[in-house]
Design a protein around this ligand. Structure first.
Ligand code: ATP
Length: 235
């Protein structure tokens, strides 16, 4: 479904991502692992059009999306849920969700259906639908960011560190919801530092170090890999 071939991304002369190859099949849940600064967010930004690759090609459903604008990439079916969530803090939960349906703004019935689906997935958001997004807890804001991303009815969702800054119990719920979104038919590419929890729900993973992809394999293989265990699982 998604294929990155020999993709590199530079900030000025600094190569943040070097010659990476990644494939994600339809229906898969794939995780990118790596410490701070390894290049995961940069890779996401290259896929979602926020950062132009300096080399390589990104193919989605058989067509090149390399260098397309972010709105064209959302229209193609890929939505990114960024690490810093990028909510509109003064606007209500409901209004934030409506904003997520911008690409479908003329299909009012569909927008209503999508909102109901998001409220079913996250009942707490229905309870708080009139509250300002900025007044929600960290976990609820993350749910809202994911809910808003779902409003564009993506084929593929890029989730950048959804567990960051959340309490352990909430992290567990977050991973359960991500798994459910995937089982309901959305392909997921996840970036995480929480390697153990991510590999428990993922089909496969790629490990990044200093902008290069150094190990790849099924979740079982990565959970058993000594380098991965030492560096990311603390075992
Ligand atoms: P994190 O979880 O901290 O976001 P990451 O694996 O997602 O880590 P990136 O954010 O992609 O890593 O960063 C990769 C490298 O690129 C880092 O060395 C970072 O300092 C650098 N970098 C990221 N964004 C920029 C930018 N806008 N300008 C210059 N350098 C940047």
């Amino acid at each position: 479904m998604l294929e990155l071939s020999n993709v590199s991304v530079k900030y000025g002369s600094f190569a943040a991502v070097k010659d990476i190859d990644i494939q994600v099949g339809e229906g898969e849940l794939v995780v990118l692992l790596g410490s701070n600064g390894a290049g995961k967010s940069t890779t996401f930004n290259a896929i979602s059009g926020l950062q132009k690759p300096s080399a390589g090609d990104i193919i989605f459903e058989g067509k090149s999306i390399t260098g397309l604008s972010p709105d064209k990439i959302v229209q193609a079916g890929i939505v990114q849920c960024a690490e810093d969530r990028k909510l509109f803090p003064q606007m209500s939960v409901h209004q934030n969700l409506i904003m997520g349906a911008y690409v479908h703004r003329k299909k009012r019935k569909q927008v209503k259906e999508s909102i109901s689906e998001v409220y079913e997935l996250f009942p707490i958001l229905r309870e708080k639908k009139e509250n300002a997004a900025g007044s929600l807890s960290g976990g609820q804001q993350q749910m809202l960011a994911i809910g808003r991303a779902l409003m564009s009815r993506p084929k593929m969702m890029l989730l950048d560190e959804p567990s960051i800054g959340l309490a352990p119990l909430i992290v567990e719920q977050m991973f359960e919801v991500i798994q459910k979104i995937n089982k309901d038919g959305t392909t997921v590419l996840l970036a995480e530092q929480n390697a153990f929890a991510a590999l428990k729900i993922a089909d496969r993973g790629y490990v990044f170090e200093s902008g290069s992809m150094v190990v790849q394999g099924s979740s079982e293989e990565l959970l058993a890999n000594d380098t991965v265990r030492r560096a990311y699982i603390g075992a």
